[in-house]
Design a protein around this ligand. Sequence first.
Ligand code: ADP
Ligand code: MG
Length: 238
Amino acid sequence: MAEIVLDRVSKSFGSVSVIDNVSLEVAEREFVVFLGPSGSGKSTLLRMIAGLESIDSGTLTIGGKRCEHLPPGQRGVAMVFQNYALYPHMSVRENMAFGLRNVGIERGEIDRRVAEAGRVLEMEELLDRKPAQLSGGQRQRVAIGRAIVKEPQAFLFDEPLSNLDAALRVRTRVELARLHQRIAATMIYVTHDQTEAMTLADRIVVLNDRRIEQVGRPMDVYNRPASRFVAGFVGSPG
Ligand code: ADP
Ligand code: MG
């Protein structure tokens, strides 16, 4: 059974349609990239899965559970944001633990999860630092750590590398691919960057103007674009 199933979901802001009748199945442990130009609806679709935007019509199933009416905390997904605002006065350890404090998880379990996230992200020696003592890439890893400690079924990333410089973007991309192999979780990753999509994705979902243009493995999308739009967007650099 697929981990995340969208069935004919639509969304409007006021009278403006932004997601139109989108259906998609994401398999367990799959790395799926939503690729499309700015304004195509990538973030909205991701936020609908996360529960940060309502779904006007259609259904969302995550891990076999109907989710379109559940609050974000009950969907078993964790979102990693582009603007990874860390609390400056808290250590890395505290930043990661913060989201777990008020949801009834006991101290020992929180400590165990933070230590595990530190191991997975290879930042065990940085857990007692403050954000100001970290590089941009390390801060991004803390933001991912905040999601890891929730032990979600699926991770949702919205352009997580767009604040990083080019060299760091490449390095963090490699780290993300390794992270996906290590924790073997389902991941959905939003980007407008064709290179990121080609290198990270098991499958690419090409979005354009509220709809899915094509779903396929990177080389299939690249070699056999389903439309002129896909040919132009995936084929052209930058
Ligand atoms: P992308 O992430 O692909 O750039 P978005 O999902 O952010 O696209 O936006 C899709 C469309 O929805 C855009 O036209 C955007 O202006 C519009 N939109 C997004 N969020 C809102 C909102 N909260 N209110 C009104 N319109 C919005
Ligand atoms: Mg966006």
